[in-house]
Every structure is written in structure tokens, then in C-alpha cells.
Design a protein around this ligand. Structure first.
Ligand SMILES: Nc1ncnc2c1ncn2[C@@H]1O[C@H](COP(=O)(O)OP(=O)(O)OP(=O)(O)O)[C@@H](O)[C@H]1O
Ligand code: SF4
Ligand SMILES: [Mg+2]
Length: 324
């Protein structure tokens, strides 16, 4: 069966200035560099990696919010149309984004009801009464009450606001939600509620999720597959339990060992030992080699491809399968 989403060799480069303006030399930054994955309807792909590794850029490329420098995104077998074209707008209805900061995603001056109905209004769908009925049904689906319809974003809690963002995203009956850090701005006490809601909605509506998060425990809980990114590339992909319990790539091993053992020590950002990578100065060979305790001479000159190991996992490391 054709996957809902097929991403092949996707890349995005940016021209940046190395050093302070106006003296810095121009350089090319590879934000996303040859990323490939598939996502089936009703499934979740978790995307993890340190800050700046290219997660949000990948999400924007998938939605066609930024044009790729190379590669392709296919949705239900069709190539993503040109950004801004009528067929792109039609396809975009099937793919919605949920951002980290619900307050930033909402308009403080507009009532909850108007904002939830907005996607239907933008696409000219339904009569006023139908829009209202659907918005009330969506508020119910995300666990809010009818009286929230006339409230304003600042009158609600962070968790309630993220529910409104979800209700609005669901108004056009999407098949894919791209969730970029959907819970990291929420209090720890309500993160689990929002995650449980996402899981319930997936069960009920058959939604596929591209789920980006720094919270590896949460990613393990919600994902059917996990992809680990480092400097714009996927370095490991596989079953969440296998990947987190016995990571094959030294970078995944370092990420997993950095997972805080107690909720009180939970960090917003993953912090690993070693010099943080500069995407403009991508190291030759394996980009992880300056931080890798297993690095051998070959790692400095030869870039490892993502390859399938004997147990079915995929890792981009010359020594994957030999080191634990
Ligand atoms: N418009 C842009 N112009 C130049 N560089 C950009 C642009 N957008 C992103 N980048 C760079 O691309 C790289 C990847 O950025 P991206 O936002 O995708 O990272 P991320 O993995 O989402 O990080 P975070 O976890 O902090 O959200 C970073 O080095 C970033 O500085
Ligand atoms: S290829 Fe070499 S440097 Fe890269 S992760 Fe594997 S062992 Fe480490
Ligand atoms: Mg990001």
C-alpha cells in the first residue's frame, strides 16, 4: 500500500554569513541533508535530535512551507505541488501543523469559537451554522466544553489553549498532523493529558503524526518508529523500544544516556558532552566523529550511509552492530 507520506532524499540549504556582518564570508548551511522516511496512515514517526539538527526545517519541508533544495515529498503517492498553488492549498488541508507555543499560535483578540471555525471560513466551507456545529464538536473531541466557544485565549490554561490549537487543526479533517514540540511549553502536569489526547485522536480519526520532541520518554511512548537526526541527517531509525533500550549509533547512545532519570531533572533541551556542532562547518567523514568515543581513522574520511543491520534497525555508523 502507498504510504501517506514519502520523503526521499530531502535537502534544504541556506546561504549564511560566517562571522559578523558585514565582514563575514558567505557560506552554505545544510539544514536538512538527504533525509528519507515513510509514514503510514494512523502511525507516528518520532523525530529527535539536539537543537539545530534540522527537525523544524524537515517539518516545514514536509508541509511545503519552505521549498526544498533537493529531493521530494509525496503525499498519498502525489508529489507536493508548487508552494502557494491551488493544488498545494488543497493538499495542505490534509496536513496541519501544531506548534510549540499555543498562545503564539492563537490570536488573543479573537474568541476561541471564531478561531476554531477559521479554517472553514478561509476555505469557504459550510454555512455559518454548520461551521459552528463542527467547531463545537471539535471542542468536545479535544475535551473542552461548549462554554469555551465564547472565551478568549488569555482566559484559558496552557493545556486548554493547546487543545484549541488541536481542535482548529482538526477542522479540515486532516490525515497528517506535524507536531513540533507540541507539549514542551506546557506544565509537566498537563503534558501527559495532551499526549493522551493525541493518542486518543489518532485511534479515533486514524491520524498520522510526525512528532518532534526533546522529551525522549514521550517520543518512545507515542511513536511507532523513531528517527534520530544529527546535523541535518538521519543517523538511526527504528522501533522505539529497540532504539531506546539498545541504541546502535553512538550519537543515539549519547542521547539516551542523557535522558534524565527523574522527572525533577527534566531538561527542556538535550545537552551532550563535546563541542556542539556548527552546521556551517560540517566535519568531514562521519559528522559525529569529533564527539564520538568509538571513532576510528575511517570515520574522519568516509561518510557512513544509513544501512540496515542484521536485526532490522537502520544506522549510519561504520561500527554499528559491533559496538554497544
Ligand atoms: N531561514 C533560515 N536561514 C538560515 N538558517 C536557518 C534558517 N532556518 C533554519 N536555519 C538553520 O538550520 C538549522 C536547522 O534548524 P531547525 O530549526 O530545523 O533546527 P531544530 O532541530 O528544529 O532545532 P530546535 O530543536 O532548536 O527547534 C539550524 O542551524 C538553523 O540555524
Ligand atoms: S562512523 Fe565512526 S565516528 Fe561516526 S558514529 Fe560510527 S564510530 Fe562514531
Ligand atoms: Mg525546531
Amino acid at each position: 500500500m502507498t504510504p501517506l507520506l514519502e520523503v526521499s532524499n530531502l535537502s534544504r540549504v541556506y546561504d549564511v554569513r560566517r562571522g559578523a556582518w558585514p565582514f563575514g564570508r558567505r557560506a552554505t548551511l545544510h539544514a536538512v541533508d538527504g533525509v528519507s522516511f515513510e509514514l503510514a496512515a494512523g502511525r507516528t514517526l518520532g523525530l529527535v535530535g539536539e537543537s539545530g539538527c534540522g527537525k523544524t526545517t524537515t517539518a516545514k519541508l514536509v508541509l511545503g512551507l519552505v521549498p526544498p533544495s533537493g529531493g521530494e515529498v509525496r503525499v498519498a503517492g502525489e508529489s507536493l505541488p508548487e508552494i502557494g498553488s491551488p493544488s498545494w492549498r488543497a493538499l495542505r488541508r490534509r496536513m496541519q501543523m501544531v506548534y510549540q507555543d499555543p498562545l503564539g499560535a492563537l490570536d488573543r483578540r479573537l474568541s476561541v469559537g471564531r478561531q476554531v471555525m477559521e479554517p472553514l471560513a478561509i476555505h469557504g466551507l459550510g454555512k455559518a451554522a454548520e461551521r459552528r456545529d463542527k467547531a463545537l464538536a471539535m471542542l468536545d473531541a479535544v475535551g473542552l466544553a461548549p462554554h469555551h466557544f465564547d472565551r478568549f485565549p488569555h482566559e484559558l490554561s496552557g493545556g486548554q489553549r493547546q487543545r484549541i490549537v488541536l481542535a482548529r487543526a482538526l477542522m479540515l479533517d486532516p490525515q497528517l498532523l506535524v507536531c513540533d514540540e507540541p507539549i514542551s511549553a506546557l506544565d509537566v502536569s498537563i503534558q501527559a493529558q495532551v499526549v493522551n489526547l493525541l493518542l486518543a485522536l489518532q485511534q479515533r480519526l486514524g491520524l498520522a503524526y510526525l512528532f518532534i520532541s526533546h522529551d525522549l520518554r514521550m517520543v518512545r511512548q507515542v511513536s511507532h518508529e523513531v528517527a534520530v537526526m544529527y546535523l541535518g541527517r538521519i543517523v538511526e531509525r527504528g522501533d522505539p523500544d529497540q532504539l531506546f533500550s539498545a541504541p546502535a549509533h553512538p550519537y543515539t547512545q549519547a542521547l539516551v544516556s542523557a535522558i534524565p532519570t527523574h522527572i525533577r531533572h527534566k531538561r527542556r533541551r538535550l545537552v551532550l558532552p563535546g563541542e556542539p556542532p556548527n552546521p556551517v562547518d560540517r566535519p568531514a567523514g562521519c559528522a559525529f566523529h569529533p564527539r564520538c568515543r568509538h571513532a576510528i581513522a575511517r570515520c574522519r574520511v568516509e561518510t557512513p550511509e544509513l544501512r540496515t543491520l542484521a536485526d532490522g534497525r537502520r544506522a549510519a555508523c561504520h561500527l554499528a552492530g559491533q559496538i554497544g
